[in-house]
Design a binder for this molecule. Sequence first.
Ligand code: FRU
Length: 326
Amino acid sequence: KQEPKQFTIGFSQCTGADNWRKTMQESMYRELSFHPEINFIMKDAGGNSATQIDQISEFISQDIDLLIVSPNEAKPITPIVEKAYQNGIPVIILDRKTNSDQYTAYVGANNVEVGQVAGAYANTILKGKGNVIEISERPGSSADIDRHQGFAEIISHFPGIRLVDKLDGDWDKYSFQKPLTAILKANPDIDVIFCQNDRRALTAFRVCKSLGLEKKIKLIGVDGLTGRDGGIDLVDRDILNATVLYPTGGEEAIRTAISILQKEAFKRENRLQITMIDSTNVRIMKLQSEKLVAQEQDIERRQEKIEEQRAISENQTVIIYSISVT
Ligand code: FRU
């Protein structure tokens, strides 16, 4: 018989629409496939903070055993996450943060460091002199605030480098196309564009290309996903100069959740490592990530097989039982 569900985990996802979040979710489900005792409910806020607040409220009233949350924007989501925590629900903050330290554990990379690494790379390209534009992640998210802080801090050490403008990326990937086109037309001596994620970087590349500037302007992105048009592929195809690999933390979040629920030891701060990918290491990163994907698919196939076997043996038990009672 199927084991009864022992715990319910509610996952409040800020948006589920992009490949980075899909990769995060896949890694969560893969890890969950080892835990049939967990009832996992995901609610996708579609990039809307008011929706996310409502969905977390629903989780609180459903009396879930643990909340995982990736906050859309830091400020508006803070009070409701604090409420969950004060109601005694263990809270894991994943990737983006709130403005509060009222949480049980954090899983994610340091976004200030992401910005710093990108800033240092911009300086390597520019050798201390040039003009830069930054295009943000979701405005108001901790990723946007922290990546900008780290980037601007490093750039400020080089008086010859000027951060000309910071454009809002927003969830709509096309929203900055017009202002970027206008800036590049008015300011032909832009040398580097730092995009806070690779999706924006691909759009920025298309804008540069439409103006014939794609050879001149160097692009730096963040995320470094595998697969077609993922950051690794974009660096490999010379569309991006570099990207900062930003891990999703899905698997680590589930592992931490299980430890908390089983009352085992866990780390409160789970800092994931970031890496710069450029032409010097992109081949090895590509090979390694493809290998990892193959291994993950293998795990999924094995889990499916186990599931099939379990269903067959459950069926047989029912048949044997019905034979013995007739
Ligand atoms: C996906 C995403 C990633 C980014 C992360 C930051 O929704 O925008 O591209 O690295 O969120 O929170």
